[in-house]
Structures are given as structure tokens and as C-alpha cells.
Design a protein around this ligand. Structure first.
Ligand code: NI
Length: 185
């Protein structure tokens, strides 16, 4: 089932997600729905707050970001109760977008390498290092479960310039091809 994606301006996007346990209601169905929703909207990641659930859960599919033949560089994976342990290396710029903030893209600087702890789909604990584009997507999705958005990383002037467009998005005045839930519609 495709879930509506919560648009910018909804308070759920600003909540710090809570941890979940194995008996979280209908978790399997939620994960299926999130993968389906991410694929239909051509996203490379989706966090639970974006489908109106303030919990520490996100999924990513960075395989789409790599060319044919390099697909194994990416990962398609569930992250539950993730905890960022370390971000290191030089900051590099990459143009990010977000399904909750359609049609706006901006360069964001983030560190190159991360060390993260998380539970997988079976609630098995992992601690792993990721780099490059995969790290980038994880950092973006991790921000979501901390109540942060990529636009928070921009210079104040740049953010001010986007204000009008962001306000329009929250009112549903945006051209978008996937199902959304607008807070001020
Ligand atoms: Ni996003």
C-alpha cells in the first residue's frame, strides 16, 4: 500500500523519533508499505516521520544512485533504532532533495565517512562504517529521525530565500507526482 508522504511544515517532521521494539504493531506491513512508497516516488531513502510516525526507523536504497555494473556499491536496507557513533573525513558538497520538500534541491556539506549502530530487519544489532553516497543517504535519513531536514544545513540567507517556496509546499501548492499529506491544505 502506498502511504502519503508528509509535506514540509507538518510537526511530525520536527519530532525526535522514539525507539521501537520487535512487537511494534504491524511493523512488517509498515516496512513493506514504506519500500513500496519509496519506490513509487523514486526516492533513495524514506524515514518513518515522513509517513507520519515519529519512530526511529528508516529505509534506504542507494543502489539507484550507482550506474549499472556498480549496483553492489549501494545498499537496500532497513535501519531500526539507529545511533550515529561518528562522522569523520572532509566535508563534501552534494545536491540533496527530500520527498517531503518536493522540487527543492540544494548543496549540503556533510562528512564523508560514518560509523553507525543499528538493528536490522530481524532486530539483530550491527555497527558499520559507510562512505560516499550510501553514507550521504544514511546521514539524510538519520536527520529525519532526529527531527532535522536537509534545509537546516543551509546558510541562513539561502534558507530565507526558500521561505516562500516552503510555505507553498506546506499549503499543497506544488506540482508533485506522488501522494502527499499537506499540513496547511
Ligand atoms: Ni528527506
Amino acid at each position: 500500500m502506498i502511504l502519503p508522504i508528509v509535506a514540509y511544515g507538518d510537526p511530525v517532521l520536527r519530532k525526535v523519533g522514539v525507539e521501537i521494539t520487535k512487537d511494534y504493531p504491524h511493523l512488517e506491513k509498515l516496512l513493506d508499505d514504506m519500500f513500496e512508497t519509496m519506490e513509487k516516488s523514486k526516492g533513495v531513502g524514506l524515514a518513518a516521520p515522513q509517513v507520519n510516525k515519529a519512530i526511529r526507523l528508516f529505509i534506504i536504497d542507494s543502489t539507484r544512485m550507482y550506474d549499472e555494473g556498480e549496483k553492489n556499491e549501494g545498499i537496500r536496507q532497513v535501519f531500526i533504532n539507529a545511533k550515529m557513533l561518528e562522522e569523520t573525513g572532509n566535508e563534501w558538497a552534494y545536491e540533496e532533495g527530500c520527498l517531503s520538500i518536493p522540487n527543492i534541491r540544494a548543496e549540503v556539506f556533510r562528512e564523508k565517512k560514518i560509523r553507525i549502530q543499528y538493528l536490522d530487519h530481524d532486530f539483530k544489532k550491527h555497527e558499520k562504517i559507510f562512505t560516499g553516497l550510501t553514507a550521504r543517504v544514511i546521514q539524510h535519513e538519520y536527520d529525519h529521525i532526529e527531527g532535522k531536514l536537509f534545509i537546516d544545513h543551509l546558510q541562513p540567507l539561502k534558507r530565507t530565500l526558500l521561505k516562500g517556496r516552503l510555505e507553498k509546499i506546506s499549503k499543497g501548492k506544488v506540482d508533485v507526482e506522488y501522494k502527499m499529506k499537506f499540513p496547511k491544505l
